[in-house]
Write a protein that binds this ligand. Structure first.
Ligand SMILES: Nc1ncnc2c1ncn2[C@@H]1O[C@H](COP(=O)(O)OP(=O)(O)O)[C@@H](O)[C@H]1O
Ligand SMILES: [Mg+2]
Length: 234
């Protein structure tokens, strides 16, 4: 029998991805020839010091930014040079992003914040039900009508996670998602991320400089100077 066992598909692939920033006369190589293959259901952490290229890589994987050279594939599609209009489709349907700073809209309730990604196409009653279900799943049943300013940091990040899940994307990307939280709250948020992988089968990629966060993942990578250094078994 050929190829027995792993029938998972390739979710994300970076081939020789580099990103160069030019500032005046100086050149910053934020990513230096990165190769990375992520299978569906993977749970990956990428650790590295500040400035090592973690955010740049995550933004390119998440269709928020283009590489200077190399190719990026998402769900088998080459997204390297797609125009903004088409990248939006991938962002809406394939990717849920969770950021350090939450990026919630302060004037909207938790419920409406969760619904913001689908507002452009119009919110249907079923969407609202799904948003309520997600908020309940994340322990926020009694915070649905609260605004971000009336929520704790951990609660805000849980709203942001519900927002990332509203379109039921297969991939969740987290950029320093516990960076604004105390360590206990950060661990609670990571318990949720663990469950998104183990129970919902989401493909997870988190970047962090916190070893306790990185240790949660099944595949642990490190970055330095824009390069991925393979699993060093930390
Ligand atoms: N928009 C930008 N313009 C110029 N340089 C940038 C820009 N974004 C990031 N960089 C530089 O690229 C490198 C990698 O940055 P980043 O991906 O944010 O690292 P990390 O997330 O690991 O801290 C850094 O040297 C940073 O200063
Ligand atoms: Mg960063």
């Amino acid at each position: 029998m050929e190829n027995s066992g792993d029938e998972r598909k390739i979710e994300i692939k970076c081939e020789n991805v580099s990103k160069v920033y030019k500032l005046g006369n100086s050149i910053v190589k934020a990513l230096d020839n990165v190769n990375l293959t992520i299978m569906s259901g993977d749970y990956i952490s990428i650790m590295g010091p500040s400035g090592s290229g973690k955010t740049t890589l995550l933004n390119i994987i998440g269709a928020l930014d283009h590489p200077t050279s190399g190719r990026v594939y998402l769900d088998g599609y080459d997204i390297t040079n797609l125009p903004e209009r088409k990248l939006t489709f991938f962002r809406r349907n394939k990717i849920g992003f969770v950021f350090q700073a939450f990026y919630l809209i302060p004037t909207l309730t938790a419920l409406d914040n969760v619904l913001t990604p689908i507002m452009p196409r119009g919110v249907k009653p079923a969407d609202k039900e799904r948003a309520l279900m997600l908020l309940e799943m994340l322990g926020l049943k009694n915070r649905v009508h609260h605004k971000p300013g009336e929520l704790s940091g951990g609660e805000r990040q849980r709203v942001a996670i519900a927002r990332a899940l509203i379109s039921d994307p297969p991939i969740i990307l987290g950029d320093e998602l516990t960076g604004e939280l105390d360590s206990k709250t950060g661990q609670e948020i990571m318990d949720i991320i663990d469950r998104l992988n183990s129970e919902l089968g989401k493909t997870i990629v988190i970047v962090t400089h916190d070893i306790k966060v990185a240790e949660r993942a099944k595949i642990k990578l490190r970055m330095r100077d824009g390069r991925i250094i393979e699993d060093t078994g930390f």
